[in-house]
Design a protein around this ligand. Sequence first.
Ligand SMILES: O=C(O)CCC(=O)C(=O)O
Ligand SMILES: [Fe+2]
Length: 351
Amino acid sequence: MDFEPPFHENYKTILQNRPDKLDDENGGRQPPPQLMLIEHCELPLIDLSHLQTRGSSVVRAKCKENIVEAAQKWGFFQILNHGVPPEILESMKHEQTKLFRLPFQKKAELSFLNLLPSPSLSSSLPTKTYRWGNPQATCLKQLPWSEAFQIPLASISRMKESDNFRVAVETYGMTVANLAALITEILAEGLGVKGANYFKENCTLSTCFLRMNRYPPCPLASQVFGLMPHTDSDFLTVLCQDKIGGLQLMEGERWVSVKPNPNALLVNVGDLFEAWSNGVYKSVKHRVMASQEVERFSMAFFYCPFKHTLIESPLKPALYRSFSFEEYKAQVHRDVQATGDKVGLSRFLIQ
Ligand SMILES: O=C(O)CCC(=O)C(=O)O
Ligand SMILES: [Fe+2]
């Protein structure tokens, strides 16, 4: 299994310390008691075929209303009949598995995939394509049991690996970018602002990212996260997950787990949209639990703007001061370096 990242060797000290010793009162990875309640939730399931123009306008309006309501109440929803053809999804899943099955040494090579982002489009911060674990982790709760490829779609044409991979990513990216454009347009309309063009003008395929995640089986699954609690730093995320499950989101004071639906894609509001909507749409914290027995795959498409795009809500009085996407990412980066955690939008609140 030379494809597995060397978690055991690299994080020997952390893993050898008995997990129960690492956990303090509330501690280690255990959240405070009031946050421990885990329940299954049925996220809103929205059938996008109801948006089709040949349908009745009442049905269309209701469907849009459901999207708007879900983004306000949950920040997360599932979509059916989303228009991404099954063969495109299948070929992406196939390419994703092939990619993660490459020898670890190959995946970790700096030049692998030749995916350095274009400086005019992406943030000037260094973004490594392949990530696994957390080199700064000092305890189990800081160690995500996962590996990921973060692929800036701006650089796929420069990708020197297999044509099949490039074509799959390009086709999937284009289809999902259109889907994200449609949903953001509906959400902008739901705010009653003439902002529909804002997203089309500021987000193109080449400003978006695709993150392919793999969560290997983890012997200490009950002590370790697959992915730490976080919010996404984009406008909107479209997630394709397999049938294993493990994603949880925060609803009020509790974590609820999302039951995978094999026919649905998952959509969630990111920080930029929460700011742009003046807090109407919610960028909700989520995390992934590790599994002891099975590996899990997911693919997150991040709908992002150009680095100089200004995020300023058309709704007034503004809750957040305006900022550029680049500024936001730089702040997140600084906070993560300094504290190990992202502070996020609250940094930009107008007092
Ligand atoms: O794997 C998942 O279900 C979620 C992934 C995620 O939240 C992310 O990549 O930002
Ligand atoms: Fe996420």
